[in-house]
Design a binder for this molecule. Structure first.
Ligand SMILES: [Zn+2]
Length: 327
């Protein structure tokens, strides 16, 4: 346990002196990493960024998702669901949305001034899963970037993904989005500064991320599945996000929680010392460790917590702060 004074990288207050030792658990490498929590903004942050972080992202790491075959049953079902959310057509999509909801699209659809011609940027988008979904709904000005892709991907004239870092981009966007990326990034404040200066007035910054002001964090501590040491460097709270946003002229417009049963079954596995994946990348079989009823209950409970804003993952919509009326 280390006890040297250290300032919060978000709000600059002194961090709590006691460190949490969080183990790398997804693949059970057995290494531990020190984190501190900020008593002021609540953000949990890694003490030192690991040297060579790439070694903790094996090829089969889930976020390097393979390009899903658009003709597969699952992808066709997703498109049907998305069209229900967006156009309220295709009644079977209503059932699919109840079974496998896409809360991000539901949030986006309800925001004012969202239209197919808006300029959209997705940061850290992999092959562009979210952008492809928006393209299918008629969006026509879509850019993605991911510095970890092997090369640029030109899906079509309206959707290109560049192998670039955000700091290399110019221009302004009506919608900047980031799905489960912020928690992996250093220099959190630099990103908010960049996003604020590249967001058009009336535009939105939407960030999906794990949040530590959640029941799963409180219940499981370092066994919380979304702690994900040492890949997640920042575990934000509403307050820490508000702080970052306000520093750069933004504010939180809306928060919707969108987690699922994994916050429980994943954390339960970690508590029992079990990894999510074995050495060859095969997922731990859940039905070997939990009854079907328990797994269903985990999902129901996750829904309940989503509605109450207490689950461990959120969709946060930022907009520019209203200008004060000058007197
Ligand atoms: Zn802080």
């Amino acid at each position: 346990m280390s006890s040297n004074a250290m300032k919060c990288r978000i709000c600059e207050q002194e961090l709590s002196p006691d460190a949490y030792l969080a183990e790398e658990r997804m693949f059970s490498t057995g290494r531990s990493f020190a984190y501190r929590r900020c008593p002021s903004c609540g953000c949990v942050q890694i003490e030192n960024y690991p040297a060579e972080p790439g070694q903790y992202y094996p090829d089969y790491y889930y976020s390097f998702g393979k390009w899903a075959d658009p003709r597969s049953l699952r992808e066709r079902a997703k498109r049907l669901r998305n069209r229900w959310i967006w156009f309220r057509r295709n009644p079977p999509g209503l059932i699919l949305n109840a079974l496998l909801p896409n809360r991000f699209l539901s949030v986006l659809r309800r925001l004012p001034n969202v239209h197919p011609r808006m300029k959209v940027l997705d940061i850290g988008c992999g092959y562009g899963e979210q952008l492809l979904a928006l393209h299918d709904l008629g969006f026509m000005n879509l850019t993605g970037i991911d510095p970890y892709n092997q090369h640029d991907i030109r899906h079509n004239e309206e959707l290109v993904i560049y192998r670039r870092h955000y700091s290399e981009l110019e221009g302004r966007y009506d919608l900047i989005m980031m799905h489960h990326v912020l928690e992996h990034m250093p220099a959190q404040s630099d990103f908010f500064r960049w996003a604020s200066s590249h967001l058009d007035d009336g535009g939105y910054l939407i960030i999906r991320l794990p949040v530590s002001d959640s029941l799963a964090f409180e219940k499981y501590g370092v066994h919380w599945v979304q702690w994900d040491a040492p890949r997640h460097w920042y575990l934000h709270t509403r307050k820490s996000l508000e702080h970052l946003a306000a520093k750069h002229g933004l504010m939180i417009r809306e928060i919707r929680h969108d987690s699922n049963g994994m916050q429980f079954w994943g954390s339960e596995l970690y508590k029992r010392g079990l990894p999510l994946f074995d050495a060859s990348g095969r997922p731990t079989p859940l039905t070997k460790h939990f009854s079907l009823l328990r797994l269903l209950w985990f999902n129901r409970y996750a829904h309940y917590l989503n509605r109450r804003g207490r689950s461990d993952q959120a969709i946060v919509v930022f907009a520019r702060q209203q200008k004060q009326h000058e007197s």
